[in-house]
Ligand binder design. Sequence first.
Ligand SMILES: *Cc1c(COP(=O)(O)O)cnc(C)c1O
Length: 388
Amino acid sequence: MTGPNKKIYLSPPHMSGNEMSYIQDAFDTNWIAPLGPHVDAFEKELAAHVGVKDAAAVSSGTAAIHLALQLIGVKEGDTVFCSSLTFVASANPILYCGASPIFIDSEPETWNMSPQALEYALHEAGREGHLPKAVIVVNLYGQSAKMDDITQLCDAYGIPVIEDAAESLGSSYKGKASGSFGKYGVYSFNGNKIISTSGGGMLISDDVEQLQRARFFATQARDQAAHYQHSQLGFNYRMSNVLAGIGRAQLAVLEDRVSARRQVFDRYQEALAYLPGVRLMPELAGTRSNRWLTVLTLEEQESGTSVREVLAALGEQDIEARPVWKPLHLQPIFKGASFYAHRDRDNVSERLFHTGICLPSGSQMTEDDQHRVIACIQKTMKQTIHSN
Ligand SMILES: *Cc1c(COP(=O)(O)O)cnc(C)c1O
C-alpha cells in the first residue's frame, strides 16, 4: 500500500537560498570553469572553519582520497589499511593506485576503526616486514573514530593517516574539527552529504607544500611551460568555480545544518529508544557528531521484529531507509583481502551490518514527516510483538 504522502528521502540536499547569488557572480564575471575566485575563497573559508593551514577543492571526496594516496606515494605492491564498515569510495582509490586494501573492523563505542584490531594488524604487518603505506580511517555517519588511539598507533609506526571525514564535516573530537587529525583529511559535498555542491570534495592538510602538489596532480600534472609539458601522471580532479560558489553559501549554514540534524536525532531517540531491542548509534564522550544520519540497531531476538520487516514497512510508506554500509571485507570486489576483527569471534562491523537501519535525517525534514517515520516503526514493531 502506498500512502498519499510525499516521499521522504534519506538525506536530500538542503540549499540555503544564497547559492544563486554566488552562481550569478560566477556567471557575471564569466568565471565558469575551471577554478576562479570562488574556488580560492572556498578553500580558504573551509580551511579556516576546520582549523587547518590549507585545503584543495576537488571534484569529489573520492578524488580527494585518491590524491592523498598519490601524495603519500602509494603504488603497486603496497598495502593500505582501511576501515571495513564504510562506503566503497573509502577504499576504491587504493585499487586505483594498484595497491591492496587490508580491512580493519569497528569497535562498539564509535562503530569506527577498532584500535585493538589496528594494533594487532600493525604488529603482524611489522613482523612480516610489510607495513602499510597509509591508514584510511573513516568517521561513520558523523561520529569521529577514536582518533587519539589511532594516531598514536600510526605515529609509533611512522604511518600517515588519511581521515575520511566525508560524512563528518561539522563534527568534532575533543573540541577539534573532525577531519583535521590525520596527515590528510577528506570531505565530500556529494548531494546526500550534510552540505552539498551537487558534487565535489576537499582535501585538507597542514602541509601547504603537499597540497600545492595535490593541485598540480589534479590539473593533469602540467609542468611550468607554455607548451603543455607533462612528466608525471595527472588527473582532471579540480572543482569548478560555479560549484565552489555553491560551496561557499553552503559552508555559511553548516552549523545550522548540524543543529537541525542533531534535533532530528533527538526526536528519534525520544520516540524510539524505549522500544525493546532498539538502540541508537552512540556518541563517544568528548565528541560531537553532526548526526549526518540517525542510525539505530534492532536486535530481533529482543524485539520480535526483523530489520527486513522494518525496512519493508518504511518502503511501503514511501520512506527511504537503508541498512548500514555492507562491510568492505564482505564485498565481492575486495574478495581475498585480509580483515582484522575487533576481537576473536567478535566481528563488530558484521553485527552492525545485520542489525543497523539508517533513518531519514535531512536537515529540512518537517516534524510531521518525522512523525510519519516514527509512527511507521512503532506500528511495525508493536504488530509483530502482538502476533507472537
Ligand atoms: C560520500 C563518501 C565518500 C565519497 O565522496 P564522493 O564525494 O561521493 O566521491 C567517501 N567516503 C565516505 C565514507 C562517504 O560517505
